[in-house]
Design a protein around this ligand. Structure first.
Ligand SMILES: [Fe+2]
Ligand SMILES: [Fe+2]
Length: 394
């Protein structure tokens, strides 16, 4: 049986950006790796300018959740004391005794290999996949070093890919500007903004606890979606004169109950007498909204009735929705990781211009889709559609 090929990509990931992901994927293709372990480094807690380990971990998980074969790995984070690449490789060899290990590095790291702890042994523990980086060294110098290390038993494979250099200044500027950037996954950018990292304005004090609880209770997809809805809602709130903080909070927490089993949601709904509506009680796709509003108050400590209302009506919609309700409803449907179906693309273009028109477009299309599949539409959604038409006409 062929040995499994495992790539290793270590780094501080402070924060993880698209250059890291591109490098891991290029190495994966170049060497036919079965998977690439993304290992955030352990950094002493007092080191300034570096986000806490758990935050960097969650951002790595968010950035790679839908990249087949890229796996976040806590092997470094959970070790005590100083860790060297030698220790990591030895540890991974014992965890995966039948695998071949490939260490993914940039050309700049190749030039520093001889400063690594027990570097001569490291050369025998893995093959190095070398990605191009802009360095102060000339190509001849890099080649000569590679030859010297090869003569000492090192194995090196070049990875063909465009040179990607993301400067930390560029990253900080992109985060501080709060605008979409090709440098970061939108969920990672939003995470940084919520936590006030890397030059962003200080985030709200509760965000740390909320993010930890969401990460614990939601699956990765739902966690990423929640962050993306929060980013979209904040952007829309700024445009439409709604409190960005309220919109961001409601959007971040809107699906906080989504990953609960239906039975559990029904239990919460029955105990709190949330609704008598059989339609809603029978469907987790609907019930997570009122149950979410309830958890939001009881677990996340949010008391603001406008935020709770926006969460409670984010599935069905209703007549007379507030601007905040519309923003959360819409951001949920048009956030950047949603598939670009025609009505979503239209909704994205219309949302900055008119919340009502954008909501109507997306709501009518999803109503038509639901009915085409033989399922009934909740009366509140029909009311919302009729109300939106009136608002737009009037
Ligand atoms: Fe939802
Ligand atoms: Fe959602």
């Amino acid at each position: 049986m062929a040995k499994e090929k495992i790539g290793i990509m270590g780094g501080t990931f402070n924060p993880i950006h698209n250059g890291h992901v591109a490098m891991a994927e290029a190495a994966q293709r170049a060497a036919g790796l079965d998977r690439v372990l993304m290992l955030p480094d352990r950094v002493p807690p007092h080191k300034t300018g570096i986000a806490p380990a758990e935050d960097r971990w969650r951002m790595v998980c968010a950035a790679v959740w839908n990249h087949a074969g890229l796996e976040p790995c806590r092997a470094e984070l959970d070790r005590e004391g100083t860790t060297y690449s030698f220790d990591t490789l030895t540890n991974l060899h014992s965890l995966y005794p039948r695998a071949e290990l490939y260490f993914i590095i940039g050309t700049d790291t190749l030039m520093q290999l001889k400063s690594w702890h027990r570097w001569e042994e490291v050369l025998r523990l893995c093959t190095f996949l070398v990605c191009p980086r802009t360095t102060a060294y000339r190509p001849e110098e890099i080649n000569a070093e590679r030859k010297r290390l090869t003569a000492l038993g090192g194995r090196f494979q070049p990875v063909a890919m465009p040179v990607i250099n993301v400067s930390s200044t560029e990253l900080r500027d992109a985060i501080a500007a709060g605008k979409p950037t090709p440098l970061l996954h939108p969920a990672v950018r939003e995470y940084c903004l919520l936590r006030g990292f890397y030059g962003a304005e200080p985030g709200c004090a509760e965000a740390e606890g909320w993010l930890a609880e969401l990460f614990r209770t939601l699956n990765r997809h739902r966690f990423v979606h929640s962050l993306c809805v929060a980013g979209t809602a904040r952007m829309l709130a700024r445009i439409h004169g709604v409190s960005p903080e309220k919109a961001e909070t409601a959007a971040l927490l809107h699906d906080c109950a989504k990953c609960m089993p239906l039975r559990e949601m029904q239990r919460v709904a029955a105990e709190r007498r949330l609704t008598e509506d059989e339609f809603i009680l029978g469907s987790s796709a609907m019930l997570h909204a009122p149950v979410g509003a309830c958890l939001c108050r009881e677990v996340y400590g949010v008391e603001d009735p406008e935020i709770l209302h926006a969460i409670a009506c984010h599935t069905t919609g209703q007549a007379g929705m507030s601007k905040l309700d519309l923003i959360v409803w819409l951001a949920d449907k048009i956030e950047p990781t949603r598939e670009a179906r025609p009505e979503i693309v239209k909704g994205r273009m219309m949302a900055p211009l008119s919340l009502e028109k954008a909501t109507l477009t997306v709501m009518e299309a999803s109503a038509a889709y639901v009915m085409s599949r033989g399922r009934g539409m909740h009366p509140a959604t029909m009311d919302a559609i009729a109300w939106l038409k009136q608002e737009i006409a009037g």
